[in-house]
Every structure is written in structure tokens, then in C-alpha cells.
Design a protein around this ligand. Structure first.
Ligand code: PLP
Length: 404
């Protein structure tokens, strides 16, 4: 069922060498590699079907429109949304959150109203709210965590007040790997009558997500982190909520009728999709979702879980190893430091061995501050990584350690 050699053969880049060493790609949290199937779907559309969508009467435009809308349906099915009207295509997680922060704050919040986020958010789930804070005087409240990287749920419950208008939390931390109990956290918020946005950038590629089972009001993710192309992503929102929010950007596609006196807006999902959409990107994204669905998200989750357990155990064999994030439930992201070796030096020297890891603050500086460090080395796994690659990482780290 899960034939790792066959899977790896689908990803041409995995067989290349870096400095004459086989590539060990462990930077999947930043972006994932693309299977042949995704690249071919994109090429095929450019070669055979390319035309602007929605507006044309001609054959190609209609075929491109059908493909684009079929991709929306594929996304709907993948996250089990009730309706394709609830799937808004964006440029990615960052744009999805900015869209929501802007339209939600504009229509649902007043000066002094509060948004609850957590200490482990990516900057893209902090700064859009701070922009609204500057413009409209809204206030951020922050859920703390324990030293293992578990959010403190009792503290979370105490953050609610009549001024709380939204909770915006990450599903899986891109630094600690923590899988937050978002279903429970959503239930808590709903008990206070507050809707929840979930940042699914690091969950969608790794675990099955059912937005109805979670009862998430909004759920966002990026195509490029789930083996799809760059420049395309999704904002899922319950139809009732999306209906209440004003348009984000103005332009073509999002209108019903325009005159200089009065403009009326298109219905969902087009109200939020001004201008020519990335219809080639949505084809690639749908193909990527079909690819992971064919493998089975449960199988991917089980495979990556075993790989992560193995990696944690092997990494702990290295003297002076510090791993940040030992949460009760965790995904395949491992942040670490070894002795006093700077994360940048470790990353640079691993690169010379063909091993691609990420170093730095991982766009989570408030979390770094909480951990009392400036940055980490981060290895993050994808569905194609192997125990042999983990072994190569361990050997590589040990070599670097001995050099210092
Ligand atoms: N949220 C999390 C948890 C992430 O890990 C990332 C990217 O690393 C983002 C948001 C932003 O995603 P993008 O840059 O694709 O918009």
C-alpha cells in the first residue's frame, strides 16, 4: 500500500545530488517537493486548455472554467466542507488570514474588541491582527504554553470576555510540532459564542482534516506545503460567516453589476476572488490533493508518525542535544540545538553534506522569546522521507558536533 520507493520515484528532485551527495530534503515545513503528477497537470493545462476562466463563451474558456471549479470541488471533498461556496481560493495561508483579519475586523469588531491567538503562532497569524490593532484599536490576547509545548487550556478558558470576537489558532506548530487540540478549543470558543479560525498550514499535509467534524468556522492552508504549486491556497469559511463579511479586494469577478453610482457584489465564493484567479494553480493543487488522497491521509499520518518517533529517538542519542517541543501529541517537525553550536552554522555545515534543514526563528519570534533562544535548527518530514535519511541527519549532526 505505502510503497516508499514508488512514492519517491514520483518526485524527480529527490534523486538529485547536492555537492555530490544524495539530497536529503528535510525542509518540508517550509515547502514540499512536487510529484510528477502535479507538474504534468500544470504543463498539460498550459499546453492544451489555457484560457481565462468564467468570462468566455468559447470552448477553451469553458473547459478551463470546468477544471477550475472541479478543483474547488476537490478541495471541498478533501476537507469535507458542506458546500463548494465555502472554498475561497487565495494565494496561500498568509493571504487567507489577511483576508479574514481585514474583513472580519472591519465588519465584526470595534475598538477594544479582542482576538485570542496562541504563543506559538507563525507571524502570519500575528501581524495581520496587529495591523488591525493599529487601524481599529483591537486587542490581542495570547494563550500561553508549558515547557513541553502544550497550550495551557485552563488559561485559554480564562482569556474569554464579552469583548472576545474571534479565536485564531494554529493547528500544528511549525516549530514545536505540537498538534493542538483544536476540536476541544473550538468547542470552548463556541460555548462563549465566539468563532474560530484555524491555521492549517502544517496540518493539511500531514493529518486528515474534516472541517465539519472540527466545527471550525474558518480553516486556512497553502497549496505549496501539501505537494501542490506555489501561489495558491485556501480559505474555508462557513457559508453563514462568509455571507456576513464584506469583500476584501475589488475588481473583476467579484461583482454582479458595476456603475459609478452603485456596485453590487457577486455571490460566494466569487465575492472574495477579485481578478483572474490562479486557475492553473488550482488545477495543480487539486492534483496534489488527489495524490495524497490516493495514498490515504491516514497512511501518510501513520508513516510520518513512525518516522518522527524514530528520529526523536535517534536524535536523543547525540550528546548535548536539546529538542524544543515534547508535546503530548506532535507531528513531524523537530526543532533542536546541539551544545553551543549556532543554528546557522549547523544548517550551513549540514547543507555541505547534502542535508537541507531550516535554521532561524521560523517566523515565530514571540515563541523564540518564550523559549529564551534566538533560533533553532528544524528538520521537518514529508511523506517521502525515510529512516535512512534520518540516519544521515544523525551522522551529519554528529560530524558537525565533533568539528566544534
Ligand atoms: N502558518 C504556519 C503554521 C506556517 O508554517 C506557515 C509557513 O511556514 C504559514 C502560516 C504561512 O504560509 P504561507 O507562507 O504559505 O502563506
Amino acid at each position: 500500500m505505502y510503497d516508499i520507493n514508488q512514492i519517491r520515484a514520483d518526485f524527480p528532485i529527490l534523486s538529485r545530488t547536492i555537492y555530490n551527495k544524495p539530497l536529503v530534503y528535510l525542509d518540508n515545513g517550509a515547502t514540499t517537493q512536487k510529484p510528477r503528477q502535479v507538474v504534468e497537470a500544470i504543463t498539460n493545462e498550459y499546453y492544451n486548455t489555457n484560457a481565462n476562466v468564467h468570462r468566455g463563451v468559447h470552448f477553451l474558456s469553458q473547459q478551463a472554467t470546468e477544471l477550475h471549479e472541479a478543483s474547488r470541488e476537490t478541495v471541498r471533498r478533501f476537507i469535507n466542507a458542506r458546500s463548494a461556496n465555502e472554498i475561497i481560493f487565495t494565494r496561500g495561508t498568509t493571504e487567507s488570514i489577511n483576508l479574514l483579519a481585514s474583513t472580519f475586523a472591519q465588519s465584526q469588531m470595534q475598538s477594544g474588541d479582542e482576538v485570542i491567538v496562541s504563543v506559538m503562532e507563525h507571524h502570519s497569524n500575528i501581524v495581520p491582527w496587529q495591523l488591525q490593532a493599529m487601524q481599529r484599536g483591537i486587542v490581542l490576547r495570547v494563550i500561553p504554553m508549558d515547557d513541553e509545548g502544550n497550550l495551557l487550556l485552563e488559561e485559554y478558558g480564562r482569556l474569554f470576555s464579552p469583548k472576545t470576537k474571534l479565536v485564531s489558532i494554529v493547528h500544528v506548530s511549525n516549530v514545536l510540532g505540537t498538534v493542538n487540540p483544536v476540536k476541544e478549543m473550538i468547542a470552548t470558543a463556541h460555548a462563549h459564542g465566539v468563532p474560530v479560525l484555524v491555521d492549517g498550514a502544517q496540518s493539511i499535509p500531514h493529518i486528515p482534516v474534516d472541517v465539519q467534524a472540527l466545527d471550525a468556522d474558518f480553516y486556512v492552508f497553502s497549496g505549496h506545503k501539501v505537494y501542490g504549486p506555489t501561489g495558491v491556497g485556501v480559505l474555508y469559511g462557513k457559508e453563514d460567516w462568509l455571507d456576513k463579511l464584506p469583500p476584501y479586494q475589488g475588481g473583476g469577478e467579484m461583482i454582479q453589476h458595476v456603475s459609478f453610482e452603485r456596485t453590487t457584489f457577486n455571490e460566494l465564493p466569487f465575492k472574495f476572488e477579485a481578478g483572474t484567479p490562479d486557475y492553473i494553480g488550482t488545477t495543480g493543487l487539486a492534483k496534489a490533493l488527489e495524490y495524497v488522497s490516493a495514498l490515504g491521509m491516514n497512511h501518510i499520518a501513520a508513516y510520518e508518525h513512525e518516522l518522527t518517533e524514530y528520529a526523536l529517538q535517534r536524535l536523543m542519542e547525540i550528546p548535548d542535544m536539546r529538542i524544543f517541543g515534547q508535546a503530548r501529541e506532535r507531528g513531524g517537525v523537530i526543532s533542536f540545538l546541539v551544545g553551543h553550536i549556532h543554528h546557522f552554522d549547523m544548517g550551513t555545515l549540514l547543507d555541505r553534506l547534502g542535508i537541507a534543514v531550516r535554521t532561524g526563528h521560523h517566523c515565530a519570534q514571540p515563541l523564540m522569546e518564550r523559549l529564551g533562544i534566538e533560533g533553532t535548527v528544524r528538520a521537518s518530514f514529508g511523506l517521502y522521507n525515510t529512516k535512512e535519511e534520518v540516519d544521515a541527519l544523525v551522522v551529519g549532526i554528529d560530524r558537525v558536533r565533533k568539528m566544534f
